[in-house]
Unconditional design. Structure first.
Length: 699
C-alpha cells in the first residue's frame, strides 16, 4: 500500500513537471528594477542574450532607461534613442553587447553593432529597467537574460557637470523584497527544524530526546528571528540620533530666515527610505517679504510647491521657535512653541529625521510617556497616514510561521505513533510546507499584477486614454459619451485649447472646455464621442480613509519601456493600494499606491465598487514613490455639475458591491492554488494517518 502511494506521488510530480511548461508556452517575468542608474560620468556595457525554440518563438531581452530602449528578439536587434529607431536589423547573434558612454556634462553616445554611433543627452538620471522572458516546449525551457554593468569615468576638473543627472541611488523597494524573502526563509527553516525534531524525538532508539528538544526549540526561534529582523531592519540602517522611534521625542530649535532665501529652514520626519521629509515644520522668508512658520506635508523634492500647507502662523524675520515632534502611543504629534498643531499615524515603526538650514535638534527618550499637554488639542488638525504599514504584515508572517510549525509537529507526532513509514510522511510534509509557504513569500509582491489582471478582466483598461499636449502627456478617463476628465495641470491650466487623445489605434482631438485651478480638474469635450468599446466610469459618492483602491493610468516608466505612445496607450497600468488619509475640507486624499507623473489625471477606483473616488493630482515626473495626492470625487462631482457635464454617481453602501463572480477575481490565483495544494497535501497526511490507525485497530 505504502509503495503504491509513493509510486503515485512520483508519477504525479512527473506529470506536473511535464504539463506545466506545455500549458504555458511563454512565461513573462515582467519588468525588473536593476538597481543601476543611467547617469552622468559612466561607461555602460549592456549584455543581452535571447534564446529561440523552433515552432514556439524567442524569449525577448529588453533594457530601457530614459531616452534609451534596447531590444533583442532572437538575433534581431532594435535600438531606440529618444523614440527614434537608430538600429533595426540582424545583430548576427543571439548574444549582443552594447556600449553606452555618458559624459559628465550629460552628453551621451551609443556605439551600435555596425560601428555607427547615436548621440543623446540626459537632463536627469533614470533607472535601468530590464525585461526577460522564458519560452518552453515540454520540459525544455530557455530564458533571455539582461546584464548591465558600468565603470566610472574620471571627473573633469574644469568642465561643466550636469548635477541634475547624477545617480539616484539604491532602490529601497528592492531591499524591502529581499528582507521579506529572508524572513520567509527563516520561517521555512523553522518548519523544517520542527519536522526534523519531531522525527528524531519519536524515532526508534534512545538518547535522541535532547537533540530533538534542541531542534524543536530552534524551530520556534526561527519565526521569532523573522519578527526581530522585521522590527529592527530599518532602524539599524541609520544612526540613533537620526531616527525617531516609539517613545522618543525630537526637540529642535528653528530660525525664520532674517533675509529672503529660496529654501526654507525645515525639520521633519519621513519613512526611512525617503531622501526628503514627508511631514515637516518650515520657517520661510520669501522674496516678496512674507515670513511664517508652518507645517507642510507631501514634499518629494526641492520643489516646495509640491507640498501642502496644513498649519501656519506669522513669525518675525530672525525669530527662533521651539519645535517638538513626539512619537507616543502610535501617533506622531508636532508642537510649535508649545502648541499641538498636527498629528498623524506613521506607516513605519521608525522614522528618519531630516533637516535643512539653520536648525538644531536632538532625539531624546523622556522618563515617562507624554501626557497632559502632550496630547493634541481638539483644535489641532488631525490627519492619518500609513494605516497599512509593514508591522501588521510582520506579525501575520510570525503567526503563520508558528502555526505551520505547530501543525507540522503535530502531524509528525501522529504519524510516528501510528508507525507509518517515515519516508512517505517526510516527503508529503515537506511538499505541504513548500506549497503553504509560497503565498507568504510571494503573494504581496504580486498585488499590482493582480490589480492589473482585474482591470483587464473587467475592461477597465477601456476607460482610460492618453491626453497629449505638445510634448507632455497625462491620463484621462471617460465620464460620459462626449466628456473626458483629467487633471488641470496636464493641459497647462488652460481652457479653450485642443489636445490629442490616444488609445491604441484610436485617436481623436478634444477641446478643453473647463478648468478649475483650485482643485486641479479639467473637462475635455470630444465632438466625435467615445468609441463603441469605451467604458465610462461612475463617480463614488464618498471617499474613506483605509479603503482599497486601484490606480489606472500611464506611468512615465511605461513610456520609457515601450518606446512609443501608441503601444503604451493600449496597455494602461493598474496598481493596488489604500487611501491613507482624507482631508475633506480641501477635498484631497493621500494615495498609498504605486504611481507617478504620467498617471496625473487618471482615475483612482474604489476596489470593491469600481467607481472613481478621485483623480491623481500631485505627482513628480517619472518618480515612483510612496506619497501622492488626489482630488476627491466630491469636488469632481461638484465641478462637473456646475459645468453641466453629464456623469453618474455610485452610492457606496447601497448594494453596489462586486458580485461574487467578480470579487473572486480580485484574489491572486496563485495564492489560491498554493494554499489549496498545501491544504490538499495536509489532508492527504490525515488520510494516511487514518488508514494507519484503522489498520492498527484491526490488529
Amino acid at each position: 500500500m505504502r509503495m503504491g502511494l509513493a509510486l503515485a506521488a512520483v508519477l504525479a510530480i512527473v506529470a506536473i513537471s511535464v504539463a506545466t511548461p506545455l500549458l504555458a508556452e511563454t512565461l513573462p517575468l515582467d519588468w525588473k528594477d536593476t538597481g543601476i542608474d543611467l547617469a552622468v560620468g559612466r561607461r555602460y556595457t549592456i549584455a543581452l542574450t535571447s534564446h529561440c525554440l523552433w515552432g514556439i518563438g524567442c524569449a525577448k531581452a529588453i533594457a530601457a532607461a530614459g531616452p534609451i530602449r534596447i531590444q533583442l528578439d532572437g538575433s534581431h536587434l532594435t535600438v531606440w534613442v529618444d523614440g527614434e529607431k537608430e538600429f533595426d536589423g540582424d545583430a548576427g547573434s543571439e548574444e549582443v553587447e552594447i556600449t553606452i558612454i555618458v559624459n559628465w556634462d550629460g552628453s551621451g553616445t551609443i556605439i551600435l553593432p555596425d560601428g555607427s554611433r547615436a548621440g543623446f543627452s540626459l537632463d536627469r538620471s533614470y533607472r535601468w529597467m530590464k525585461y526577460e522572458e522564458t519560452v518552453c516546449f515540454a520540459w525544455n525551457c530557455q530564458s533571455s537574460k539582461v546584464e548591465i554593468s558600468y565603470q566610472e569615468l574620471p571627473r573633469p576638473s574644469n568642465e561643466p557637470v550636469n548635477t541634475n543627472a547624477m545617480p539616484i541611488g539604491e532602490n529601497p523597494a528592492k531591499k524591502l523584497w529581499a528582507d521579506q524573502s529572508l524572513r520567509a526563509v527563516l520561517i521555512a527553516a523553522g518548519v523544517g527544524l520542527a519536522a526534523l525534531g519531531a522525527f528524531v524525538f519519536l524515532a526508534p532508539g534512545s538518547g535522541r530526546k535532547a537533540l530533538a528538544a534542541a531542534l524543536i526549540a530552534l524551530a520556534a526561534l526561527a519565526p521569532l528571528a523573522a519578527l526581530v529582523h522585521a522590527e529592527v531592519r530599518l532602524y539599524a540602517a541609520y544612526p540613533s540620533s537620526d531616527v525617531l522611534k516609539p517613545g522618543t521625542v525630537l526637540k529642535a530649535s528653528i530660525v525664520v530666515p532674517a533675509r529672503p532665501q529660496t529654501d526654507p529652514n525645515i525639520i521633519g520626519v519621513s519613512d526611512p527610505s525617503a531622501s526628503y521629509p514627508d511631514r515637516f515644520v518650515a520657517a520661510y522668508h520669501t522674496s516678496s517679504g512674507a515670513t511664517a512658520i508652518a507645517v507642510w506635508i507631501g514634499k518629494r523634492g526641492r520643489d516646495w510647491s509640491e507640498s501642502i500647507e496644513v498649519w501656519k502662523a506669522s513669525a518675525s524675520p530672525g525669530s527662533r521657535h521651539e519645535v517638538r515632534i513626539v512619537y507616543s502611543n502610535g501617533v506622531v504629534t508636532f508642537y510649535v512653541d508649545g502648541k499641538a498643531v498636527y498629528s498623524f499615524e506613521p506607516g513605519s515603526r521608525y522614522l528618519r529625521v531630516i533637516y535643512y538650514g539653520d536648525v538644531e535638534y536632538s532625539v531624546v527618550r523622556p522618563r515617562s510617556q507624554a501626557t497632559g499637554s502632550e496630547t493634541p488639542s481638539s483644535a489641532a488638525p488631525q490627519y492619518s497616514g500609513g494605516g497599512h504599514g509593514s508591522r501588521g504584515a510582520h506579525w501575520l508572517l510570525l503567526a503563520a510561521g508558528l502555526g505551520i510549525v505547530a501543525l507540522v509537529a503535530a502531524v509528525m507526532i501522529a504519524l510516528a505513533r501510528q508507525r507509518l513509514g517515515y519516508g512517505i510522511a517526510a516527503a508529503v510534509s515537506i511538499a505541504a510546507i513548500a506549497f503553504s509557504l509560497f503565498p507568504l513569500a510571494h503573494a504581496s509582491t504580486s498585488i499590482d499584477e493582480e490589480a492589473q489582471r482585474l482591470a483587464y478582466n473587467l475592461h477597465l483598461d477601456k476607460s482610460v486614454l492618453i491626453v497629449r499636449l505638445g510634448d507632455q502627456y497625462g491620463t484621462g478617463w471617460w465620464v460620459s459619451k462626449h466628456w473626458i476628465v483629467t487633471a488641470a495641470h496636464v493641459v497647462n491650466w488652460k481652457s479653450g485649447i485642443a489636445v490629442g487623445l490616444l488609445h491604441g489605434s484610436w485617436s481623436a482631438q478634444g477641446v478643453v472646455k473647463y478648468v478649475d485651478k483650485q482643485h486641479d480638474v479639467a473637462a475635455i469635450y470630444v465632438p466625435s464621442g467615445a468609441p463603441s468599446w469605451a467604458k465610462t466610469l461612475p463617480l463614488c459618492s464618498s471617499v474613506r480613509k483605509g479603503e482599497q483602491i486601484i490606480v489606472l493610468g500611464y506611468p512615465f516608466e511605461l513610456i520609457q519601456l515601450t518606446g512609443n505612445l501608441v503601444e503604451a496607450s493600449a496597455n494602461p497600468r493598474a496598481s493596488f493600494g489604500w487611501v491613507d488619509w482624507v482631508d475633506y475640507s480641501r477635498h484631497i486624499f493621500e494615495i498609498g499606491a504605486r504611481t507617478d507623473a504620467g498617471n496625473s489625471g487618471g482615475p483612482v477606483l474604489d476596489y470593491n465598487h469600481l467607481c472613481v473616488v478621485g483623480i491623481v493630482s500631485f505627482a513628480l515626473r517619472g518618480e515612483v514613490a510612496n506619497m501622492y495626492y488626489g482630488t476627491d470625487s466630491i469636488a469632481v462631482a461638484n465641478l462637473l455639475s456646475s459645468w453641466n457635464v453629464p456623469f453618474k454617481i455610485e452610492r457606496i453602501g447601497q448594494g453596489a458591491d462586486l458580485p461574487p463572480s467578480l470579487a473572486s477575481q480580485a484574489v491572486p490565483k496563485r495564492v489560491w492554488l498554493a494554499a489549496g495544494a498545501g491544504l490538499g497535501l495536509v489532508f492527504l497526511i490525515g488520510v494516511l494517518v487514518g488508514m494507519a490507525a484503522a489498520r492498527g485497530g484491526r490488529r
